[in-house]
Design a protein around this ligand. Sequence first.
Ligand SMILES: Cc1cc2nc3c(=O)[nH]c(=O)nc-3n(C[C@H](O)[C@H](O)[C@H](O)COP(=O)(O)OP(=O)(O)OC[C@H]3O[C@@H](n4cnc5c(N)ncnc54)[C@H](O)[C@@H]3O)c2cc1C
Length: 349
Amino acid sequence: MKPRHALILGAGAAGLSCARLLLLRGWQVDLVAPAAAITGPVVVLNPAALELLRSMWGLDAARLRGAHPLARRLVAWEAGVPPASLDQPALALPLDALTQELDARLDGAGLRRLRQDEPAGERRLVDARGRLGMADARRAGSRVALSTRVRLATHAPEDRCTLESVSGGWLFLVPLGGGAGMLQAVVPGCPDGEAATRLQDLCGGSRLVAPLIDAADPRVRMQPAMPACSADAARPQRIAIGDAALALDPVSGDGLASGLRGAALAAAVLDDAAAGGDLQEGLQHYALRLAYAAHRHLAQCLDLYRSVPATAAWQHDIDAMAELAAQLQPGLRALRHGLRDGRLRRLAA
Ligand SMILES: Cc1cc2nc3c(=O)[nH]c(=O)nc-3n(C[C@H](O)[C@H](O)[C@H](O)COP(=O)(O)OP(=O)(O)OC[C@H]3O[C@@H](n4cnc5c(N)ncnc54)[C@H](O)[C@@H]3O)c2cc1C
């Protein structure tokens, strides 16, 4: 196998970041990006994601097209607990604006772009095809996200997101600037064709989010939102990164940061092996970090979904999350490696 030649499938934030890091280390990189990319959601980038974009790309995401700064979050989640207003700086951004910028920054970096998947042959295969590309997924539940654009009421604050749990799901309203907003709901499941009605029903039971909306676009997008992890993300023939390795429930707000961290670790593992390190050890460390991240995320989600007022609606997903967390538990061991200056280091015993 040629040690410094990678084939990366998928040009989302994770695939592009891995490509950049490998190129910086002198690798040859071939990137497969289908011509017709799926439109991404609006995402809220937390401080961790913003810092990773700064350190990995030298990018100030606040300058991107459509970026809208947020300062606070109003959260109404548990029954009988009054809404909490939290200072939480973040940035709302169409995901496509970010990936287009990252993609453009790779022009002239020696990247070879391919339109179609092809056998990896002698190249290291990095699978960054996102959640929908996760063939060997272990899914913790069946919940889906419904999202649509909205026009905000004139009194709606432009710098505050609102998260509200309601009967049958939870709602998340994100201002996008200029009176526009994005409404997202997560529900335990929804048949095709019923997304718009379901969103309306949820808004009917909302005290905080619904009064902030003047009008909603009837076109509602449905996407999977349950936590999912690859059963086999780290093999010598293929290393999965980003959502293709571990996809988070959007309630965490950490999906993008998690994908960037995974891309950095995968690049370090591959480069370490190319420099003579033990690939198997590196892959074991990578798999262990993923298992830790998945386990922590499931524990956080379990706490959250067990504390909503109408827990019964979530029971199937709660059971599935508890089962996956229990499957991951026995594999968790002490970490023997760490990342320093982007390189894989063996920790002193
Ligand atoms: C509704 C929703 C809301 C979210 N909100 C947030 C949020 O507020 N904050 C946050 O941090 N995260 C959020 N996330 C998660 C975040 O969007 C993802 O974690 C992140 O985009 C993952 O990046 P990725 O590069 O792994 O995958 P993706 O962004 O999915 O990119 C995968 C790429 O692979 C391509 N691809 C697919 N199949 C193939 C193939 N066969 N060959 C080649 N390429 C292929 C796709 O076209 C795509 O470009 C949200 C997710 C959803 C669904």
